[in-house]
Design a protein around this ligand. Sequence first.
Ligand code: ATP
Ligand code: MG
Length: 414
Amino acid sequence: MLQSKLFTKTRKEGPKDEVSKNAELLIRAGFIHKEMAGVYSFLPLGLRVFRKIENIIREEMNNAGAQELLLTTLQDKESWQKSGRWDDEVVDIWFKTKLKNDTELGLGTTHEEPLVALMKNFISSYKDLPFGTYQIQTKFRNEVRAKSGIMRGREFVMKDLYSFCKNDEEQKEYYEKMKEVYIKVFQRLGLGDVTYPTFASGGTFSKYSHEFQTITDAGEDIIYLDEEKGIAVNKEVYTDEVLSDIGLVKDNLVEKKAVEVGNIFTLGTKFSEALGLTYKDEKGKEIPVVMGSYGIGIGRVMGTVAEVFSDENGLVWPESISPFDVHLITIGDDEEIINQAKELKESLEGDGLAVLWDDRDVSAGEKFADSDLIGISKRVVLSAKLMEAGQVEVKKRGEEKAKIISEREAFSKI
Ligand code: ATP
Ligand code: MG
């Protein structure tokens, strides 16, 4: 991609009404566009990061044997009335709408109800269980406060997986497996060192759920972290009784602000009983299916990474989700440099790397400032001076020092 052709431009300042760092940086760097509070569109650079996050999560869900599907946003209220979650008194974040004939519809906040209703067509015998299915789909939530940029959207994309099991034991096994998968996912997303499985409220379904909490001042949650064990407990359930139950000791815990990037839940038979999702066991007896649900917000992950890994100059993407692999910067427009850039770009692309080439007719200072703001994980600089010595400059975003390597090395090493 040529930067001169990129329709987005960087800006010196974010919108005046934007209070969150992630949105401010992402808007200035041209990754997202703010439509209104809590509602953001993804621009080409932002979409590249978004897709990379999505694909890492998709790969890990597929590796775990889960099958991808895609449910609808428009929701028939019937299933939700059966579970008791249609009522605005019970769920206060609904966006609702109406058909021309006045039939009420909801915009999905989550998808337990429709999926359970759907599964009644497919689950009938113990032989059908266990399995997991997931989607990467848009949710709507009428959040009261939407001041955290893309970490808290009113419209946002979530990966939500649901497990269907024969009994509690099988469900527990699935849950434990998913906990490990989540740890791997956050490692691959670059958040591994700052994200902790955290005991949280299990709702009405079970004793606890696990949240995956990333340490950041931009977070809205308070957690108590045992740094040695790498486990935390959410303030919501932080009592002496809970601590002794989960084997944590008060003196070993430190209070941290954090953001929930993922949440895994045991649902028990709450939804299967409400909607009548049962299977026949070996003896032909009808048993309610035992369920779990497992969410990760794509935008929330992206916003969290922007918060955690940015510096005073801009974004610092982890390699795995960087919008491009290499930001190629040419200083000056000598024919030789342009040819060298073309050759290097082709070679890198031939090796499967994505390259953004800053071929614009602007000053070196402007190119470097924009490069820092956009935050591509690796920068390669070509200039007349370097070229004379047969060298190129390579710098990892976030590291102080650049490396000077020989031109030949550049083709193999990058
Ligand atoms: P919170 O407590 O932050 O409001 P939640 O517990 O209501 O979140 P869940 O229903 O557990 O959220 O959703 C699963 C995942 O979806 C969350 O762990 C988070 O990553 C993401 N998520 C939830 N709400 C939002 C939102 N408004 N914007 C972006 N991502 C969200
Ligand atoms: Mg949650």
